[in-house]
Design a protein around this ligand. Structure first.
Ligand SMILES: [Zn+2]
Length: 136
């Protein structure tokens, strides 16, 4: 059994730098990217286990007519389609010939124990990890 205390899954706090609501387990604010003095109490700082979703796209205004306005909305729903969060991330205008690039990414943080066990499994059946590749 692990003696490492983790914060409850989904527990949040406010970033002292930018006031964004972030995961309590994180040590770097995903919004302002500043390091936080206190990582998760008694545990290691969480790093993303994987990033299952990353969508990127651009909108270019044709060089004629008037400016366009845009609103970027992110909605999170559960398995039943119930809306958990709906936020406008940003609004603005695109003038003729201007371009805006949009990137949405979801990072998932798994329990550190799972990663440790996976690592142990690897080292139990193979030689201890060495730095650099050995070629024959
Ligand atoms: Zn921040």
């Amino acid at each position: 059994m692990s003696t490492v205390r983790r914060t409850p899954a989904g527990a949040t706090r406010t970033c002292p730098h930018c006031r964004a609501v972030i995961l309590q387990s994180t040590s770097v604010c995903p919004s302002c990217r500043k390091h936080l003095r206190f990582a998760a109490a008694g545990g290691d700082a969480a790093v993303p286990t994987f990033s299952p979703l990353r969508v990127e796209g651009s909108i270019r205004h044709p060089n004629n007519g008037e400016a366009w306005e845009y609103a970027v909305t992110v909605t999170i729903t559960n398995e039943r389609g119930v809306e958990l969060t709906r936020q406008i991330v940003g609004v603005g205008a695109i003038k003729p010939s201007e371009l805006r690039n949009f990137l949405v990414a979801v990072e998932v943080f798994g329990p550190p124990e799972a990663a440790e066990q996976e690592h142990r499994g690897e080292t139990a059946t193979t030689e201890p990890a060495r730095s650099g590749a050995i070629r024959r």
